[in-house]
Design a protein around this ligand. Structure first.
Ligand SMILES: Cc1cc2nc3c(=O)[nH]c(=O)nc-3n(C[C@H](O)[C@H](O)[C@H](O)COP(=O)(O)OP(=O)(O)OC[C@H]3O[C@@H](n4cnc5c(N)ncnc54)[C@H](O)[C@@H]3O)c2cc1C
Length: 404
């Protein structure tokens, strides 16, 4: 595929130099001082570090992969600086490793062959918000929580939520998804344009400069070539992203199942029934037990689905009813546990409703997920004051912004 692209777009031949191609780069051979002083002339004394602690901090992410520190870390402040730094690297045959917030789970920031880490956290402006067109352009240091807090008063939000407070350009680079993907899609569906600095320092706009097109059948889809490129094709210095209206109401629910298969079947049925569910998250009994311990909760220890519905109050009632009809018995309402509860996730947006759903509960199961007897009385049934179901806190005035 790469060969085919090269035939049509000569510029693409420069892409792959961002990583790993330089077998004998010159930093180790006495070129260090010269290169570092060139870097300092671009981004100042404070914008370059050779310290071991800093290099180690940038040599690993949240994954299990071992730390591979770069030789130098630089902090550019603008696309021009990124371009100038890339030109220096190109001249000295140095690998470039872009660094967002280091929350990746694939070890992508590891400098396997040394090189220069471009930490992009100083480029953290929200540049262009078009409320009426539902899009925004951000620099690479802007994280998804920072963007959603910036959007707080606009009635808009960016829903792709991989759990961590990652940088949006890092999310584009890894094609991040998350629990909201079931309704809002992944980064692939939500990036409209990217500004990218290629390995030789040239600047590319994947959909044209300042363009924010919805149309996707207009020649090569360069945007989606870079989405998911894991920092190997260029440094993303701007991303134009699709935004959505904050839903009027959000309802969360928890469904417990006797077996994993029952949870899976129910998920398929909910989707087949066309219920426009926003989030579905599955936790098996082991994870539920861990969450109970970590957050002092008392969920039944069995396969469990966490669901979230977005819409108007009326439509949410219908969605909840449809979900129950498909076999998943909604036992109670609360947020997805992976994000440490709905309160933390929804706590920053005024004017939106979040409340619990009290309904019937499924039969309890033992620690292996086996149902205990034909129709036993669930142990938590008596807890709820209004319906006898499992009772959860009632949250009002919160919305999906800053979800984490
Ligand atoms: C608790 C937890 C839960 C998660 N859950 C999910 C999940 O459900 N779904 C999911 O998809 N992901 C999930 N992730 C991983 C998530 O995809 C990453 O956290 C995020 O996308 C990476 O963003 P970052 O800014 O931290 O990038 P980094 O970790 O800094 O970098 C990741 C990769 O992108 C490259 N990169 C970073 N910035 C740029 C840039 N500006 N230009 C070019 N390349 C760049 C890096 O070189 C590296 O290869 C989870 C992570 C955590 C910690």
């Amino acid at each position: 595929m790469f060969f085919a692209i090269r035939r049509f777009i000569p510029r693409m031949s420069r892409l792959a130099q961002c990583r790993f191609i330089n077998k004998g780069h010159s930093l180790k051979n006495g070129g260090l001082e010269q290169v570092v002083s060139a870097f300092r002339s671009v981004c100042g004394e404070d914008g370059v570090s050779l310290s071991q602690a800093v290099r180690e901090q940038h040599g690993r992410d949240e994954s299990v992969h071992r730390c591979c520190p770069p030789d130098v870390v630089v902090w550019p402040r603008s696309v021009e600086e990124v371009s100038a730094l890339a030109k220096i690297c190109h001249h000295h045959c140095l690998p470039i490793i872009p660094f967002g917030t280091g929350t990746g789970l694939e070890g992508g920031v590891g400098a396997l062959k040394g090189g220069v880490c471009f930490s992009l956290r100083n480029m953290d402006s929200v540049l262009d918000l078009h409320e009426e067109d539902f899009d925004v352009t951000v620099e690479p240091g802007v994280t998804r929580k920072a963007l959603n807090s910036y959007l707080r008063d606009t009635g808009l939000w960016f829903p792709v939520d991989p759990g961590a407070d990652a940088s949006l350009c890092g999310m584009a680079a890894t094609s991040a998804s998350g629990t909201n993907a079931v309704r809002y899609g992944t980064m692939k569906e939500n990036v409209l344009n990217l500004e990218v600095v290629l390995a030789d320092g040239s600047i590319l706009h994947t959909a044209g400069q300042r363009r924010r097109p919805r149309k996707t059948s207009a020649g090569y889809n360069l945007t989606n070539l870079f989405v998911g490129s894991e920092g190997t094709l260029g440094v993303i210095t701007k991303a134009t992203l699709r935004l959505y209206g904050v839903p009027e109401a959000v309802v969360s629910a928890v469904c417990s199942f006797p077996t994993v298969q029952a949870a899976v079947d129910s998920t398929v049925q909910v989707l087949q029934a066309g219920v426009p569910i926003a989030r579905i998250e599955f936790l098996d009994d082991v994870m539920i037990a861990a969450c109970n311990r970590f957050s002092s909760l008392s969920y039944p220890v069995c396969p469990t689905l966490f669901l979230e519905f977005h819409g108007t109050e009326k439509s949410l009632e219908e969605q909840r009813r449809s979900s129950r009809r498909t076999g998943g018995q909604i036992s109670a309402g609360r947020g997805t546990q992976r994000h440490e509860g709905v309160c933390g996730r929804l706590g920053t947006t005024p004017g939106i409703l979040h409340r619990c759903v009290c309904a019937s509960v499924p039969p309890p199961s033992d620690h292996r997920g086996h149902q205990k007897g034909p129709n036993p009385e669930p142990p938590h049934r008596a807890n709820c004051r209004s319906c006898g179901g499992w009772e959860f806190p009632l949250y009002h005035g919160a919305g999906p912004r800053g979800s984490g």
